[in-house]
Design a protein around this ligand. Structure first.
Ligand code: ATP
Length: 342
C-alpha cells in the first residue's frame, strides 16, 4: 500500500514578478524603463525595465527571439527605441553615442575579424589611447602563444577569448557579451567561462546574453528571464530557484509505520511524505533535508540508498521559460492520504 502525507504549507507560492527597479543611483550602470522596440510593426521588446548595478554580472536569458539582442543593441545605441528611456552610465546611448561607445566593451553575436588578421595585430588595431596592456590581456586569457596566429587559424574557444580581450582592451566600464559560447564544444565553453569568471572576480560589470541555462548558473549573480519581449522574472539564482524550482526531494528505503511517517511530516519544511514498496519519499523546502537527516541519525544506520534531489537554476529557468508548473510530487497516485491540507 502506498501512503502519502501532506503538510500544512504544501502549496507552492505563486511566483512573484520582481523587476529590479531601483538600485542606488550612483551604482547604476544600466537603467532602462518602459523600453519598446518593434520591427515592421511587430513589437519585439515591450515595456521592458532593466537595471544593472556597478560590478554586477547579469544574464539576460530566454529562448530564440525573446528580444535579448534587440535590448542590448538599444543599450549600445545600435537600435533606436520606439519608446521608453535608456540610460547607460548615465548617458543616452543614441544622443550621447560618441561619449558612451568608448566606455562599453562588447562582443556581438556575429563578431568576426578578417581571416588573415593576426592576434597581436587585432589588439593593436582595436587599441585606443586609453587601452591597457594588450600583451598582458593576451597572456591572462591564454592567448600569449597565439599572438602571431591569423584569426582563421584560431579555434572557436580562442576566437571567443580574443573577442573578450578586445572587449576589455579599452578599459570599458560595462562589458556586453552576446552568446559568447554559442557553437563551442564543452571544453572550449569551460575555458571561456573561466575567462568570464575572472572578469566577475575582478569586479567588472558584465551583461551576458545567453540561452544556455547552465552558463547563467555558473557565471551570473543575477538572472533576468525574458520571453516574447518582456521580463518574466528576475533575481539571484537562489531567488529564482526558490520561486520556480519546485520542491526538494529526499528518498530512502525504510519500513516506517504511520506514526513515524507522521512525525516526518511534522518536521520543519516538509510538505509531503510518501511511502510505497519500502521507499520513503519526502518533499519540501530545501532546508527540510537537514531536518530529515537529523531525524534519521538517532534511529540507527543512515539508509545506504539515501538520495537527495535539489532543484537548481536550470530546473527553475526551464519551468519559468516553458511556463509549466514546477515539479512537486512525481509520485504515483496515492492510495491513502493523511492530513491532506496541501
Ligand atoms: P536569439 O537568442 O535568437 O538571438 P533574441 O532573444 O536575441 O534571440 P532578438 O534577436 O532581439 O531576440 O530578436 C527578437 C525578434 O526580433 C525576433 O523575432 C527576430 O526575428 C526579430 N528581429 C531581430 N532583428 C530584426 C530586424 N533587423 N528586422 C526584423 N526583425 C528583427
Amino acid at each position: 500500500m502506498a501512503t502519502v502525507l501532506h503538510g500544512q504549507c504544501g502549496g507552492m507560492q505563486s511566483p512573484r514578478i520582481l523587476t529590479p527597479r531601483s538600485p542606488a543611483v550612483e551604482t547604476s550602470v544600466v537603467a532602462v524603463r518602459g523600453l519598446r522596440k518593434s520591427y515592421g510593426g511587430r513589437v519585439v521588446v515591450d515595456d521592458l525595465d532593466l537595471d544593472v548595478a556597478l560590478g554586477e554580472v547579469v544574464a539576460l536569458i530566454g529562448a530564440n527571439g525573446a528580444g535579448k539582442t534587440t535590448t542590448v543593441e538599444c543599450l549600445q545605441g545600435l537600435r533606436h527605441p520606439d519608446a521608453g528611456t535608456v540610460r547607460v552610465l548615465g548617458l543616452d546611448p543614441v544622443k550621447d553615442a560618441n561619449r558612451l561607445r568608448p566606455q562599453i566593451g562588447s562582443q556581438l553575436q556575429d563578431s568576426a575579424l578578417p581571416d588573415r588578421l593576426r592576434v597581436a595585430e587585432a589588439v593593436r588595431l582595436f587599441s585606443s589611447r586609453r587601452a591597457r596592456d594588450g600583451e598582458e590581456l593576451l597572456e591572462r586569457f591564454g592567448l600569449g602563444p597565439r599572438r602571431g596566429s591569423p584569426f582563421a587559424g584560431l579555434s572557436g574557444g580562442e576566437r571567443q577569448r580574443l573577442f573578450l580581450v578586445l572587449a576589455l582592451l579599452n578599459q570599458p566600464r560595462l562589458v556586453i557579451l552576446d552568446e559568447l559560447t554559442q557553437g563551442l564544444d564543452p571544453a572550449a565553453r569551460r575555458e571561456v567561462w573561466s575567462s568570464v569568471a575572472q572578469l566577475r572576480d575582478a569586479g567588472t560589470t558584465v551583461l551576458l546574453v545567453t540561452h544556455e541555462l547552465d552558463e547563467a548558473e555558473v557565471l551570473c549573480e543575477r538572472v533576468v528571464a525574458m520571453r516574447s519581449g518582456g521580463i518574466l522574472d528576475a533575481g539571484t539564482p537562489a531567488e529564482l530557484v526558490a520561486r520556480h524550482g519546485g520542491w526538494a526531494k529526499l528518498q530512502f528505503g525504510a519500513d516506517l509505520d504511520g506514526e513515524e511517517l507522521a512525525s516526518l511530516l511534522r518536521l520543519p519544511g516538509v510538505f509531503e511524505v510518501g511511502s510505497a514498496a519500502g521507499q520513503v519519499t519526502v518533499h519540501g523546502e530545501r532546508m527540510m533535508i537537514a531536518h530529515v537527516g537529523a531525524w534519521l541519525v538517532p534511529r540507527g544506520p543512515v539508509p545506504a540508498d539515501l538520495r537527495v534531489d535539489v532543484p537548481d537554476l536550470e530546473a527553475a529557468l526551464l519551468t519559468l521559460l516553458d511556463g509549466s508548473t514546477p515539479a512537486r510530487s512525481p509520485e504515483p497516485s496515492p492510495t491513502a492520504l493523511i492530513g491532506a491540507s496541501a
